[in-house]
Design a protein around this ligand. Structure first.
Ligand code: PLP
Length: 398
């Protein structure tokens, strides 16, 4: 098993063209686990900065709690509607506004799991030039895009393998540059992460490399499947997958963007880029009634399930992108009263939102034109839809 696990580790390095002199592969339960490893062990201190984009998964947003506990300051770089891209002038200003010797961490997604926007990998070098460490959330990017770690050198890369090839679930990775990894200070030790520990003296010695970050038993029965999955992607070719998803995705984007009611008003609103310039095939949208109101996303979800179409609704664990897409201001959030016992529906009412979020269609390795045609037929079912049933179930998660 050890041999197979090490083989899987080497396969990950090979797939991402990462040199073993530069990078270490740490297996985690998922992308979130990779993010947590960085967050809990990054040596934040008072005066340090944690900079991140509005557009981030909650598994990155949550790192701000580690930063806060250690006295570091968190700053968000906003996205701007309608494309939901980052204001790069502002980003450059934030990256440049560091003085003295500090441990500063910048985190962003290579591809948004909300809008599909692909944020520039060039930010890595830009941040490095000002002494920042960079955590690249590559979870949504790597299933359909080449991440070449001989070209780009983020300090930390987080990903989940099931998003790349469907199986196994419960296995992710943190790819970490050796020098960045050496900076991390784990808050504890556990089985598997040390060379030795004493009981009569509170001393332990950390295991070298990846082992120090892999708590307990690794998922050894599933890890060999990672190599098989990566081989599958190699055989098809990630560039081929990329081109395929872009072609099928363009069709999907076009069919949603041109959907009209009989009165010629749009039957859908898309959040994010309207064409395939610097974006992936994750498309967030809402259907609209002929009078311009948003079609309740719960109804869309219900119908999609009846049609055997897998969609997601809500804010996709990405509140920052949602706040910009739905024009929720800082003042509204800061001034609002959100008690501990508030329900999701209560929160949506309190913010005055017209729905519980967007609808998201994502394409990948397995998607084909027949899927998109079927989705397009499904979307045409919303044309001239004036009302939806009033007895939709309460919302439980965003
Ligand atoms: C961009 C992004 N980051 C992080 C995650 C979290 O991944 P996981 O649930 O595998 O931990 C997701 C999940 O959808 C994601 O899309």
């Amino acid at each position: 098993m050890t041999e197979l696990v090490e083989q899987a580790r080497a396969a990950v390095l090979r797939f991402f063209r990462a040199s073993s002199d530069e990078y270490v592969v740490i297996f985690t339960p998922n992308a979130t686990g990779a993010m947590r490893l960085v967050g809990e062990a990054y040596p934040f201190q008072s005066g340090d900065r944690f900079l991140l984009t509005f557009d981030n998964h909650n598994s990155v947003n949550g790192i701000r709690e580690f930063a806060r506990a250690r006295g570091a300051e968190t700053t968000y770089v906003p996205s701007e509607a309608p494309e939901l891209r980052v204001n790069e002038m502002l980003l450059a200003r934030y990256l440049g506004a560091v003085v003295g010797e500090h441990q500063n961490l910048f985190a962003y997604p290579a591809q948004s799991n909300f809008s599909g926007v692909q944020h520039p990998l060039g930010w890595i070098e830009q941040a490095h030039a000002h002494g920042w460490d960079v955590l690249l959330d590559a979870a949504a990017y790597v299933p359909t895009n080449r991440l070449d770690l001989s070209r780009w050198h983020p300090d930390f890369v987080a990903l989940s393998f099931y998003k790349m090839f469907g199986w196994p679930t419960g296995v992710g990775a943190l790819l970490a540059r050796r020098d960045a990894l050496a900076k991390l200070e784990r808050p504890w030790f556990s089985g598997g992460t040390i060379v030795a520990a004493f009981v009569q003296r509170e001393w332990y010695q950390s295991a070298p490399g990846a082992a120090h970050f892999e708590d307990g038993t690794v998922n050894f029965l599933n890890l060999p499947a990672v190599e098989i999955g990566l081989r599958l992607l190699e055989r098809i070719g990630i560039e081929t997958i990329h081109a395929r998803v872009e072609t099928v995705g363009s069709y999907l984007l076009e069919s949603l963007g041109t959907l009209r009611h009989a009165n010629r008003t749009p039957a859908a609103v898309i959040y994010g880029p309207r064409d395939f310039d610097r974006r992936g095939a994750t498309i967030a949208f809402n259907f609209l009634h002929p009078d311009g109101r948003i079609v309740d996303e719960r109804y869309v979800d219900l119908l999609a399930r009846e049609h055997n179409i897998s969609l997601r609704t809500g804010c996709f664990c990405n509140p920052g992108a949602g706040e910009v897409a739905f024009t929720i201001s800082r003042e509204t959030l800061v001034g609002g009263e959100f008690g501990e016992s508030i329900t999701l529906d209560g929160y949506i009412r309190q913010l005055g939102l017209p729905s519980g979020g967007a609808v998201r269609a994502s394409l990948g390795l397995a998607s084909n034109f027949a899927d998109v045609r079927r989705f397009s037929d499904f979307a045409h079912g919303f044309v001239d839809l004036a009302v939806v049933p009033s007895d939709l179930p309460p919302r439980t998660s965003c």
